[in-house]
Design a protein around this ligand. Structure first.
Ligand SMILES: *[C@@H]1O[C@H](CO)[C@@H](O)[C@H](O)[C@H]1NC(C)=O
Length: 454
């Protein structure tokens, strides 16, 4: 009894020295779902023309996305088309965004994917086409020119958000997407946050995001809205993003824009430092965030010659994308799976961890202080849930060699006795003091901890 109380006093003293942990949840997003989407996005291989323009078509992409159902066992469902699926400089008779039928017949493609229990995603950018100025918005007598200001630099106009029929043009697109069977819409080039991209975007396109959300709701079809890129994280804008979009990108593209490899460790680290800023903002603003972060595509499946990452680094990517409650969209070439990559992606314990972090995004808790800074050796915690479950991640981001990363329960902001399961190492241990691991540069470990039984 005496020894026990000394021990608990010790724990209280350590915890008091650090900031108390504020548990943050994600909750239900605007489209009504409770888990981030998982799948594949074509930009991962398109960016450096590894998937060339001539191979970006329904026949070829069907073969790629079949792998989601076969190799990846339906654990990853989204077949996400990025830029290039649609006609680039004009819409249909009503000025609506239309598919390029030389490449994809979207209703047929969606129906094929749905037959395999997969989901279909498309990519759009803001504005109506400059070439469509004389066309009439469906169901109105309003010309496209009336809802348009000047060029936004993307062959489209800056929409007049205060015109009553601007919403109707967006509605007409959403209705058409719903009729095709679209499940996911990536809306790129949204400001504030995507400002330095060399085009001519209006400084505040948040009304466009609100209009897309309204338009999607009106269709009655569930279509996930993902907005991009590096969106403004200040509270007034974060409030708008979380009320209207199911995910928001935290950084610029992760792709190298070389043919191969697709990315490298420095780009992963840049993305993760931006995630750290995103989650710190989310913790400061909210108890329940209501939108998922999007860390861009992850490279886990392909070996180093394609991905640009070692196996340790690919496992770290997977651990961090899961831990952050991010969309789990692969950027890899699905037709060249590496067996170790497949084993990671189909790992049942990893998918069970993702089911937990779907609702609890991880936040940084620095070893030794419990702070929330970026450190070369760092610790993160997701949860704990009311049932006393949490996920902890320890990571060594430094290339310089092996380090012991050690976070006390005080650092992590928890107390009590937990049994912690190393999700990829497949072993459990029980502790009431700390988690420690010896990690190579680029290596991470993920623990799933539950209250120890007495
Ligand atoms: C719209 O019609 C006007 C008048 O006929 C014409 O001058 C203009 O070039 C047309 N604009 C477009 C984008 O077709």
């Amino acid at each position: 009894m005496f020894l026990l109380s000394i021990a608990s006093l010790g724990l209280v003293a350590v915890a008091a020295a650090t900031t108390p942990l504020k548990v943050v949840k994600i909750g239900t997003t605007p489209d009504g779902t409770t888990a981030p989407i998982r799948g594949w996005n074509s930009w991962g291989t398109q960016a450096g023309k590894y998937l060339g323009d001539d191979d970006y078509n329904e026949g070829h992409v069907t073969g790629i996305c079949d792998r989601l159902a076969s190799d990846l066992r339906g654990n990853y469902k989204l077949c996400g088309l990025d830029s290039g699926w649609s006609v680039g400089d004009h819409g249909d008779d009503y000025g609506r965004i239309n598919y390029d039928s030389n490449k994809f017949v979207i209703p047929r493609f969606a129906s094929y994917l749905h037959g395999k229990k997969l989901l279909m995603g498309i990519y759009i950018v803001p504005g109506a086409f400059l070439n469509d100025f004389n066309k009439t918005i469906e169901g109105t007598s309003t010309k496209i020119s009336e809802i348009c200001g000047g060029s936004n630099g993307l062959a489209r106009c800056q929409l007049k958000y205060d015109h009553p029929d601007t919403q109707k043009w967006i509605d007409s697109n959403a209705r058409q997407f719903a009729s095709w069977g679209v499940d996911y819409i990536k809306l790129d080039f949204i400001t504030p946050g995507s400002n330095d991209n060399g085009v001519n975007l209006p400084s505040d396109e948040s009304p466009e995001v609100q209009m897309w959300h309204k338009a999607i709701k009106k269709t009655g079809r569930k279509m996930t809205l993902a907005i991009s890129w590096k969106l403004d994280r200040s509270k007034p804008y974060f409030d708008i993003w979380r009320a209207n979009a199911d995910s928001m990108r935290v950084d610029q593209d992760i792709q190298s824009y070389s043919h191969t490899p697709f990315t490298d460790w420095s780009r992963v680290l840049r993305t993760l430092t931006n995630y750290l800023e995103w989650i710190n903002a989310a913790v400061a603003h909210y108890d329940t965030v209501r939108t998922h972060p999007n860390l861009d595509t992850m490279y886990v499946l392909n070996a180093g010659d394609l991905s640009g990452l070692s196996l340790d680094q690919r496992r770290s990517v997977f651990i961090h994308w899961i831990g952050s409650s991010a969309e789990l969209n692969l950027g890899d070439d699905l037709e060249r799976p590496d067996p170790q990559g497949l084993a990671l992606l189909n790992d049942r314990d990893a998918l069970a961890a993702a089911a937990f972090t779907a609702n609890y995004p991880m936040q940084p808790r620095n070893p030794g202080s419990g702070g929330n800074a970026w450190l070369a050796q760092n610790a993160w915690i997701a949860g704990p849930s009311p049932a006393g479950e949490f996920i902890a991640v320890l990571a060594n981001y430094d290339d310089a060699g092996t380090k012991t990363v050690s976070a006390s329960f005080g650092d992590l902001g928890v107390s009590g006795r937990y049994t912690c399961f190393d999700v990829f190492g497949k072993k459990s241990s029980t502790t009431s003091s700390r988690l420690s691991a010896s990690l190579n540069g680029g290596q991470s470990v993920m623990y799933r901890c539950t209250r120890a039984k007495h």
